[in-house]
Design a protein around this ligand. Structure first.
Ligand code: FES
Length: 107
């Protein structure tokens, strides 16, 4: 298990335990994190699991795939540097301490 902090749209901080192997979207959904809709269920086909990676974690994340890049174009106010789709981020031990901001709204 690793620890992930979600900053919900209202600024509320939620620290959750995340199982290695799940995606960040699945962790958010399982813990009832507000603001992540994940309408396509993780198929990288909706962009409603858009999140912002906080601080220096950006440089420690895996690269976006081309399809994730394309889908981020449909997200609400994507940030070229920090935006990711949570369903495309597998939880690994390397992500212990990760901090994520959830946008004010999706699409
Ligand atoms: Fe639809 Fe991530 S859940 S793109």
């Amino acid at each position: 298990m690793v620890e992930v902090t979600f900053i919900e749209p209202d600024g509320n901080r939620r620290v959750v335990s995340a199982s290695v192997g799940l995606t960040l979207m699945e962790v958010a959904r399982n813990d009832g994190i507000r603001g992540i809709e994940a309408e396509c269920g993780g198929a990288c086909a909706c962009s409603t699991c858009h999140v912002y990676i906080a601080g220096d974690w950006v440089d420690r994340m895996s690269e976006r795939t081309p399809i994730e890049e394309d889908m981020l174009d449909f997200a609400h106010e994507p940030d070229p540097a920090t935006s990711r789709l949570a369903c495309q981020i597998p939880i690994s031990e390397d992500l212990d301490g990760l901090i994520i901001s959830v946008p004010q709204r999706q699409c």
